[in-house]
Design a protein around this ligand. Structure first.
Ligand code: NAP
Ligand code: ZN
Length: 360
């Protein structure tokens, strides 16, 4: 009887999971909770591959638990709604980003900054989902409280729109919060990957001057001709770096590995802001030298964004035709895609075509 009841409280789901720190993904059957009164169930159509998925799959931070179904750049169509749901109806387009729960009571939640709640619940990691593990969007369905689901405007393409749910909000939110969204300002974007290329697009939509600071000279023409950056610095060329010293109001640093900060601090004007959004190992902290900070420069960081702001970002992106440049891949290409992402070989986001290629 107890077993029957447990089965009634879950529904079958299918996806791909990493089963150990090799990070190799393989087909995985699991269950999700049934659709509750405040929940919607989404049939997933596309899911982006964020570098955080790679960190989690390969246990880069030593916090992963397995099996781990990655994926927190989810878009799809609503197939079921609970009786208290009023934001969605069946057939609507919906998205899910990094966050699927928070306490709802603390100062940060009250301030629409759920990503800073001390009891957050994340889409695809080690957190609790009503007694069960959370499994991410490399899978067929997602069940989520409607508060944490985002409405996807009809004119936003679903494959290019998926990466906005994490990469997009992660760069949009600090640009807004730190005032790096004003026309005429000069912003640097370090690391031209999934997050970085969207930072360039948002900054251009804000009317800013944008310089990409990259370790990959091969990205120069794409950065300036396709993405609209005003200039490009190969960060290993000291002459190019010197020429830009003291020119930037702010820098959004999206690099996924430990790297020197002093050369970046030198690029800032007095009172300039260096905002870190890349996730790096706690065991190898970055060095922040004090001298360059004496010019009233600020080093800070930012974590995804709240739900209200994520909706604002999606609506802004739809209005300004901002989507990610994507390479759409079938599900069974995911391990190759992860290897290529680790090597920086993606222009600029892999997105999995879940609806057509996730085969049970
Ligand atoms: P990505 O697509 O792999 O892009 C990262 C870029 O960083 C690369 O394209 C490369 O750009 C540069 N890079 C990589 N290794 C480097 C190294 N050793 N030294 C210097 N530059 C290097 O990754 P992503 O998906 O944009 O994510 C970037 C980071 O943000 C990851 O650590 C991810 O976990 C983190 N993240 C944080 C949040 C948050 O809430 N704060 C949210 C999402 C992701 P160039 O070739 O141009 O140098
Ligand atoms: Zn992410």
């Amino acid at each position: 009887m107890a077993r029957l009841q447990a089965e009634e409280e879950t529904q079958k789901a299918f996806g791909w999971a990493a089963i150990d720190s090799s990070g190799i993904l393989s087909p995985f059957h699991f269950t999700r909770r049934v659709n509750g009164d405040n929940d919607i169930t989404i049939k997933i159509l596309f899911c982006g591959i964020c570098h955080s998925d790679l960190h989690i799959a390969r246990n880069d931070f030593g916090i992963s638990t397995y099996p781990a179904v990655p994926g927190h750049e989810i878009v799809g169509v609503v197939t079921q709604i609970g009786k208290e749901v009023d934001k969605f109806k069946v057939g609507d387009r919906a998205g899910v980003g990094c966050l699927i729960g928070s306490c709802g009571k603390c100062e940060n939640c009250q301030d629409d900054m759920e990503s800073y709640c001390s009891k957050p619940n994340y889409t695809n990691t080690i957190f609790d989902d009503g007694g069960a593990r959370t499994y991410g969007g490399y899978s067929d369905i997602y069940v989520v409280n409607e508060h944490f689901a985002i409405r996807i405007p009809d004119n936003l393409s679903l494959d290019g729109g998926a990466p906005l749910l994490c990469a997009g909000i992660t760069v949009f939110s600090p640009m807004k919060y730190f005032g790096l969204d004003r026309a005429g300002m000069h912003v640097g974007v370090v690391g031209l990957g999934g997050l970085g290329h969207l930072a360039v697009k948002f900054a251009k939509a804000f009317g800013m001057k944008v310089t990409v600071i990259s370790t990959s000279p091969s990205k120069q023409s794409e950065a300036t001709q396709q993405l609209g950056a005003d200039s490009f610095i190969f960060s290993h060329d000291s002459k190019q770096m010197e020429a830009a010293v003291g020119t930037m109001n702010g820098i959004i640093d999206t690099v996924s590995a430990v790297h020197p900060l002093k050369p970046l601090l030198d690029l800032l004007k007095t009172k300039g802001k260096l905002i870190m959004v890349g996730a790096q190992s706690l065991e190898k902290p970055l060095e922040v030298p004090a001298m360059p900070l004496l010019g009233r420069k600020v080093v800070s960081g930012s974590m995804a964004g709240g739900i209200k702001e994520t909706q604002e970002m999606i609506d802004f992106a739809a209005k300004h035709s901002i989507t990610a440049d994507v390479e759409v891949i079938p599900m069974d290409y995911v391990n190759k895609a992860m290897d290529r992402l680790a090597e920086g070989d993606v222009r600029y986001r892999f997105v999995i075509d879940i609806a057509n290629t996730l085969l049970t």
